[in-house]
Design a binder for this molecule. Structure first.
Ligand SMILES: *[C@@H]1O[C@H](CO)[C@@H](O)[C@H](O)[C@H]1NC(C)=O
Ligand SMILES: *[C@@H]1O[C@H](CO)[C@@H](O)[C@H](O)[C@H]1NC(C)=O
Ligand SMILES: *[C@@H]1O[C@H](CO)[C@@H](O)[C@H](O)[C@H]1NC(C)=O
Ligand SMILES: *[C@@H]1O[C@H](CO)[C@@H](O)[C@H](O)[C@H]1NC(C)=O
Ligand SMILES: *[C@@H]1O[C@H](CO)[C@@H](O)[C@H](O)[C@H]1NC(C)=O
Length: 414
């Protein structure tokens, strides 16, 4: 197996904004009867025309077969740009995607999903557990519930990755763990807490993951303060694989702030929309770059009101790492259903008074949230746009339509 980036519906190799090479998909497509199409409108938010402006369209089940090393874990990214393709109404696109025997998406509408997220394109990322097969079959099946339903895909990426998962402590239970090593996972959120977006080209281990700033997920007025290590501060990975996260993740953090009395009365709170009836793994990344002694900064961590670290076992980063500059992470698992969080994951931190630490503060450097498969299923329902969003969308479409027309006018007169 080799890392692969397929630009679907093209016949020539191309490169994206990061100069990453994308190759045509034809060689890996095991079924005939597909259509290749080019989007008629290029949204200004697209970072690059590759792989978004071309698509492979399926009106019947179709499969890609990609050679891999079955005993390795793989990242799979699916790129969708639900735009206008000649002769097709994107509102009719509902489909299922399976990777080997794992259902990734079902009754999936990229158009509805993008509308709800108010973005023009969508990247779905999965981390598939090792299997005994040296081929990854990716199957697209148009829905049989809608007339004229079709499936489409703009880009596919397959990247071999080291096994970065193990067991995770089940939050709210003592001594219970979930095994993420054998799980198929969907990446839901990947955040550089207190820091800037980190593009795939600057990720570690060649995994090309994008890390986003966490501010949009902060709940309530308390944004805390952002902290940054000096430029030449060295992150010492010791035995931790560098592919866990790039050094820049560990060189910024968000803490509650300098006033311990205020910190004690509040939580630093992040909130995330997720699909219910799934178990999620929260990977919290920590690295201390200011303090150097045990019991200087000690804090409690809660996930959906349940204790992840508190009482007699609060978090103490230096207590865990021994020194500053040493990165680490902690994995927590939580099952979310109507009785516990509904469609939300809430992460909260507040100082611990246990052991009377020197400062009353808490901090976090990075956060990843993964959905675990339940009996080989990762698919949830399409999100529902709020009525306000739907209204906005109409306005935006009108604007886009205008831009589109202006665009083609320019083209015509050139
Ligand atoms: C596309 O399909 C939707 C839903 O079936 C329909 O409301 C809409 O009018 C169609 N658009 C076009 C341009 O035909
Ligand atoms: C979640 O699980 C409950 C209880 O098993 C079930 O009633 C409900 O339909 C499920 N919801 C979804 C969205 O799967
Ligand atoms: C912080 O959040 C936890 C979990 O929701 C809660 O039990 C605790 O009372 C909160 N602390 C403060 C000071 O608000
Ligand atoms: C956590 O506690 C708050 C305040 O009591 C409550 O509003 C919220 O619904 C709880 N969240 C969960 C996931 O139980
Ligand atoms: C498919 O998705 C649409 C849009 O989200 C929803 O209205 C419909 O109920 C779903 N159908 C099934 C069979 O889940």
């Amino acid at each position: 197996g080799q890392d692969l980036a397929l630009s679907c519906g093209t016949s020539e190799a191309s490169a994206d904004q990061d100069k990453k090479k994308w190759e045509p998909d034809t060689k890996f497509l095991k079924t005939g009867n597909s259509i290749h199409a080019t989007a008629t409108y290029q949204d200004p938010s697209l970072l690059s025309t590759v792989p978004y402006m071309t698509a492979r369209i399926f009106t019947a089940p179709a499969t890609y077969e990609i050679p891999i090393k079955g005993d390795k874990r793989h990242l799979l990214r699916l790129y969708f740009y639900p735009s206008t393709y000649t002769g097709l109404n994107i509102s009719n696109s509902y489909f299922t995607v399976e990777a080997n025997d794992v259902t990734l998406l079902s009754n999936f509408s990229a158009a509805i999903t993008c509308q709800a997220l108010t973005q023009a394109y969508l990247v779905k990322e999965y981390s598939l557990a090792p299997t005994d097969k040296d081929v990854l079959s990716i199957k697209f099946t148009p829905s049989d519930k809608y007339r004229d339903a079709f499936a489409f895909i703009n880009g596919i990426e397959v990247i071999q990755m080291p096994e970065l998962f193990d067991t995770a402590a089940l939050v709210g239970f003592t001594d219970q763990t979930m095994d993420a090593k054998t799980a198929n996972l969907q990446s839901m959120f990947r955040l550089n807490v207190g820091g800037q977006d980190i593009p795939g080209s600057q990720d570690s281990g060649g995994l090309t993951r994008t890390w986003y700033n966490d501010a949009p997920y902060i709940f309530s007025a308390g944004l805390g303060v952002t902290l940054q290590a000096s430029n030449n501060f060295r992150i010492n990975y010791q035995n931790m694989p560098v592919s866990i996260a790039p050094a820049d993740i560990y060189k910024t953090a968000r803490s509650q702030g300098p006033n311990g009395d205020i910190n004690l009365k509040s939580n630093l709170t992040w909130m995330f929309q997720i699909d219910k009836n799934f178990t999620y793994i929260l990977r919290l990344h920590f690295c201390e770059f200011q303090l150097s002694k045990i019991n200087q900064k000690v804090f409690n961590i809660y996930i959906n009101n349940r204790t992840a670290q508190a009482d007699t076992t609060p978090a103490d980063i230096i207590g865990w790492t021994g020194e500053k500059g040493i990165p680490m992470y902690k994995d927590y698992a939580i099952y979310v259903d109507a009785n516990n969080g509904g469609e939300e994951i809430t992460l909260q931190m507040t100082p611990s008074t246990f052991g009377q630490p020197e400062y009353y503060d808490s901090s976090l450097n990075g956060l990843e949230i993964f959905k675990m498969d339940t009996m080989k299923n990762l698919a949830g329902p399409n999100p529902e746009p709020s009525p306000m969003q739907a209204e906005e969308e109409v306005k935006k479409e009108f604007k886009n339509e205008k831009r589109h027309l202006e665009g083609s006018e320019n083209l015509y007169f050139q």
